[in-house]
Write a protein that binds this ligand. Structure first.
Ligand SMILES: [Cu+2]
Length: 70
């Protein structure tokens, strides 16, 4: 069953940021879609299994940004 989780991500400013985050997060196991809203600082991740928040935060960091504390 698909799960959708929204993360607040700091530091994204343009389409390049969105692409970098999308690439890293898409590489996580089970992720089927990543939707980035740069102005809102929001990343919506859809996956076919429950998401590991720490893994998502790690992927976002890998791209050079930071998941804000919930
Ligand atoms: Cu950018």
């Amino acid at each position: 069953m698909a799960t959708t989780t929204t993360y607040a991500v700091r530091g994204m400013t343009c389409d390049h940021c969105a692409r970098a985050v999308t690439e890293e997060v898409t590489a996580l196991p089970g992720v089927t879609a990543v939707d980035v809203d740069v102005p809102a600082g929001r990343v919506v991740v859809t996956s076919d299994r429950p998401l590991d928040d720490a893994a998502v935060a790690g992927a976002v960091e890998e791209a050079g940004y930071e998941v804000a504390a919930p």
